[in-house]
Design a protein around this ligand. Structure first.
Ligand code: SF4
Length: 171
């Protein structure tokens, strides 16, 4: 029996039935707080994304937090050097669970134009888990918003992301 079957027919147009799990996912996906942190030029685009022109509030990402203890999204925007890695990992570890990471720009994804350098990390997934990758040098604010919406979909509908991943793997 479906859970919706327990609702009397006369109330079906006026009652929404859901699960606590779905409610939490919906609430969480619509209230993500990114950490205010940037490493290099991609961070300028991240700042533009938070400015009035792009109105990030309509996507549920309005509140950039200056403290990792109040944030659940780390946007790694820019070139990560080995020297900067320990402070960045410390910020990540201070964020409460569940937490997410976006790799913004080709430097964060794979070292970008500095991939062969002795000092640059060739992709932040070498040092922390990544949920969404946004290519570009730099990605525009619209691309960051698209990536943020993908993360929201991953939080609210993980089964869709899993199914898409299987299709890619099978294809
Ligand atoms: S991807 Fe391009 S714009 Fe972004 S930090 Fe690297 S060099 Fe700068």
């Amino acid at each position: 029996m479906e859970i919706v079957d327990i609702v009397p027919p006369v109330l079906k147009d006026n009652v929404i039935v859901t699960t606590v799990d779905s409610l939490f996912k919906w609430a969480h996906g619509n209230s993500i707080w990114p950490l205010s942190s940037g490493l290099a030029c991609c961070a300028i685009e991240m700042m533009s994304t938070a400015a009035a022109r792009f109105d990030l509030s309509r996507c549920g990402y309005a509140v950039f937090r200056p403290c990792p203890r109040q944030a659940d999204l780390l946007i790694v925007a820019g070139t990560l050097t080995w020297k900067m890695t320990p402070p960045l990992i410390r910020l990540y570890e201070e964020m409460p669970e569940p937490k997410y990471v976006i790799a913004m720009g080709s430097c964060a994804i794979a070292g970008g134009p500095f991939a062969d350098s002795y000092s640059v990390v060739p992709g932040i997934d070498k040092v922390m888990p990544v949920d969404v990758y946004i290519p570009g040098c730099p990605p525009r604010p619209e691309a960051l918003i698209e990536g943020m919406l993908k993360l929201k979909e991953k939080i609210m509908h993980p089964e869709r992301v899993e199914a898409a991943g299987k299709q890619v793997a099978e294809g």
